[in-house]
Design a protein around this ligand. Structure first.
Ligand SMILES: [Zn+2]
Ligand SMILES: [Zn+2]
Ligand SMILES: [Zn+2]
Length: 267
């Protein structure tokens, strides 16, 4: 249970869409904004449970994100899906192998793990090399699996991501749902009345693989979380002006935001 931990929190490592904000070469209002909340690395979060650290996705910016927090331990990595903005920092897990002197378990759907193995063949082909490579133990999950860690269950939640599939993760009364264009009804039934709910909100204009701000506000209205945070944000959304228009319990996530959960959130 989350309440078993003295200090539990979710740290937003990256709140941006796949291209990152600012976008290379773009001079729009958001990309030139001085507000640090408009600087968005690729999407990922870290879950802190006392001394334990669970990482969701290894974004291309993972090395920088790990130095910023800083992250000095990783007990497991959960992959939402295998798009480049969620996996390409995988090679930077090596320092954690060095520090922890052990392999790191990684969890993903069979499809995501296949793509990860094809993208990083040198990591998984068992061939010894003169250079270092990440030491990872892949574990496949299915929808609804509950993966136990430190007395907590990490439940996998199937999401529609355009014509593909991505997974969200529910732990205690919190859930992190990035990349999705729809949430299947069966998944919706497992997400009611949470404390903290992360949702995808790319921009205001419709997109085939992501939710809009308005669509995610409707999801919040149906699921009634105490606090909702929108992530995977494009440069169409200027933080301060969008934040001011959101319902009271809904916020745009931003890089570096740390959200207390469990006992820490209940004074
Ligand atoms: Zn993405
Ligand atoms: Zn821009
Ligand atoms: Zn994606």
């Amino acid at each position: 249970m989350l309440d078993d931990f003295e200090h539990a929190s979710i740290v937003v490592l990256g709140s941006g869409t796949s291209i990152g904000i600012p976008m290379i070469g773009c001079h729009c209002k958001t990309c030139i904004s001085d507000d640090p909340r408009d600087k968005r690395l690729r999407p990922s979060v870290l879950i802190k449970l006392d001394e334990h650290r669970i990482l969701i996705d290894t974004a291309p910016d993972f090395r920088l994100q790990a130095l910023r927090v800083p992250i000095e331990r990783i007990d497991a990595v959960f992959y939402t899906h295998s798009h480049a903005d969620h996996i390409l920092g995988l090679d930077d897990l090596r320092p954690f192998n060095f520090m922890q002197k052990s392999e790191i378990p990684i969890f993903g759907s069979p499809e995501a793990l296949d793509t990860i193995k094809n993208t990083f063949p040198y990591v998984f082909n068992g061939v010894a090399t003169q250079s270092s490579k990440p030491k990872l133990t892949p574990h496949a999950f299915a929808d609804g699996d509950r993966i136990p860690f430190f007395g907590m269950d990490f439940e996998t939640i199937k999401l529609c991501h355009g014509t593909g599939t991505a997974y969200g993760f529910k732990f205690g009364d919190c859930a992190y749902l990035t990349d999705h264009s729809a949430i299947p009804e069966e998944s919706m039934s497992r997400l009611q009345n949470l404390d903290v709910l992360f949702l995808d909100a790319l921009r205001y204009n419709p997109h085939p693989t992501h939710q809009t701000v308005e669509q995610s506000i409707r999801t919040v209205e149906r699921l009634q979380p105490k606090r909702a945070f929108f992530t995977h944000i494009s440069h169409d959304l200027l933080h301060a002006s969008v934040e001011a228009r959101l319902p009271e319990n809904v916020h745009l996530a931003y890089d570096g935001l740390e959200i207390p959960i469990g006992k820490a959130a209940r004074p």
